[in-house]
Design a protein around this ligand. Sequence first.
Ligand SMILES: N[C@@H](CCC(=O)N[C@@H](CS)C(=O)NCC(=O)O)C(=O)O
Length: 203
Amino acid sequence: MKLYYFPGACPLATHIALEWIGKPYETERLTREQTKEPAYLKLNPAGAVPTLVDGDFVLTQSAAILDYLAELNPEANLLGDTPRTRAEARRWLSFCNSDMHRTFALVFGAPYFSGGDEAIGKVLASKAVEKLKGMFALANQRLKGREWLGEQRSVADPYLFVLLMWADAKQLALPDMENLRKFQQRMQADPGVQAALKAQGLI
Ligand SMILES: N[C@@H](CCC(=O)N[C@@H](CS)C(=O)NCC(=O)O)C(=O)O
């Protein structure tokens, strides 16, 4: 089992899940440029990370990878054992991977999406930040009185952790989001999270 990644990007969620599962795995660190090279494009034609290679099975897309790993390792209990708990985990994974991640792409990629027009880029990024703050508020509300996004710890939680790292990197002000900050601290103290951060050179 091998995970292709670049540091601090969305594959960190999978990296944490692999640590939580606790079985042997390998990683290969890439540069953004390497993800556009023919050898890698054969694995992931989108030229993006993550890619997971499990024997002859090559899987892309974080949500599918996280779901696959959870299904493959039921003893790690990273989805839940009833249709409802699994649906909750997948609901929040979708929220993080689709709604939130895509909106972050507008912040990180504002120069690209605005065609290099600085003024348009600024409006685009600030609108995306506004939208993100609303989505972080929803996650904060969800975490009121609970430790995890789903009914139990799941593959959605490492994704939210990565998004919070991006929020901090982009200095997104998230005032009065105590539940989110407590969640972030709990995750930061987790040995699996620490191991993945360390392996990626982030701590
Ligand atoms: N929907 C994809 C998105 C993957 C994605 O956007 N990955 C980013 C890193 S977080 C990437 O590799 N971008 C390539 C690039 O920026 O050139 C997934 O969930 O795996």
